[in-house]
Design a protein around this ligand. Structure first.
Ligand code: FAD
Length: 305
């Protein structure tokens, strides 16, 4: 209930203004967001690398609204990838892209053209991009753009949200050799017609998807903090004789850092999703929706300001 209200509030300008100035917001943000600039994020990535962890960088921002903002987001991603290239990080550092930040909702071709430039920059830097999955209205368009991009940039990663009723079918379509597929539960508000809404149904769908991806020939990217699902993913990988470098775990920056290190110490590939930038609002609200307990601190600080 609280989670649904938080996801609805993610679109509210009023809530945004209150939260932007609440001291508690800054505290929670510092935990989940690696800083405002690409350099801040790369420094966080260096620290993670010291612990044996890989990174995917997410320059925060979504729903461009107009072409100028879509262009600015594109330039931001190009700048990040130039820095990754200059540091010679290669595939240890990849980028996660939100197509709505590149203008997807204004014009699909514009988003595709912007994403192409970013994928080319990733290739020049010796790495690749993963297309984040966003709200249910964008799923079909994102899959079309993915297919186009993969013609020239086959390493482009896909994301499947297990809460989608079609998730298992999507995994089956995407589980082919060379196909990198991130499996997550799904973070956006979604109606019952297209998505499972009960926790257990989502978890069961996640396990069905894991089975498809782990038996397939692609490169599964297991994006969850859920201890039970992490354990099941490991068991399935062993059952199907997967080498550690044929799949990876992915966790968010600031979430279960001990678990990130534990998995890496066991020899697993672990990639941390490092969010950075000033457009933090939507990301922040989705994290609060997942752990509403964090909301209490933010609201207390807003009320006592
Ligand atoms: P939850 O159901 O949130 O939690 C299950 C259990 O995990 C909890 O009971 C607890 O034991 C443990 N846990 C969870 N959070 C914490 C915490 N903060 N501290 C301690 N224990 C915790 N969503 C999208 O819609 N599109 C995307 O492209 C996308 N990309 C993602 C990329 C990565 C790398 C990750 C990790 C998530 C991504 N998500 C994305 C978000 C995802 O869909 C979920 O909303 C989010 O991961 C929360 O689900 P969960 O699997 O961690 O399990």
């Amino acid at each position: 209930m609280v989670s649904r209200a938080l996801l609805a509030a993610a679109g509210s300008g009023g809530v945004r203004r209150v939260l932007a100035t609440a001291p508690g917001t800054r505290e929670v943000l510092r935990r989940f967001v690696a800083g405002e600039t690409a350099e801040d994020a790369l420094r966080a990535g260096d620290r993670l690398a010291g612990e044996g962890l890989l990174a995917t960088y997410d320059m925060l921002g979504e729903d461009a609204g107009d072409r100028a903002r879509a262009d600015a987001a594109t330039r931001g991603h190009l700048d990040l990838l130039a820095r990754i290239g200059a540091r010679g990080l290669g595939p240890r550092a990849e980028a996660s892209l939100k197509l709505t930040a590149l203008g997807q909702e204004l014009d699909e071709d514009l988003a595709l053209a912007n994403a192409r430039r970013i994928c080319a920059a990733a290739r020049d830097a010796g790495t690749a991009v993963t297309l984040d999955a966003e709200g249910p209205a964008t799923v079909a368009s994102t899959l079309r753009i993915l297919r186009e991009l993969r013609r020239d940039f086959p390493g482009t990663g896909a994301v499947v949200q297990a809460y989608l009723r079609r998730a298992e079918e999507l995994c089956a379509e995407l589980a082919f050799e060379g196909s990198r597929v991130r499996l997550c539960k799904g973070a956006y508000a979604a109606p019952e017609e297209v998505a499972f809404t009960g926790r257990e149904d989502v978890d069961r769908s996640y396990v069905r998807c894991l089975k498809v991806l782990m038996t397939g020939a692609g490169h599964p990217m297991v994006a969850t903090h859920d201890p039970r699902l992490i354990e099941i993913a490991g068991a399935l990988a062993r059952l199907h004789d997967r080498d550690a470098d044929t799949f990876e775990y992915q966790l968010l920056y600031g979430v279960r850092p001990n678990e990130q290190r534990r998995l890496a110490a066991e020899g697993a590939r672990v990639r941390v999703y490092v969010a950075y930038g000033t457009q933090w609002y939507g990301y922040f609200m989705r994290r609060l929706a997942e752990r509403p307990a964090g909301l209490a601190a933010v609201l207390r600080s807003a009320a006592t300001r």
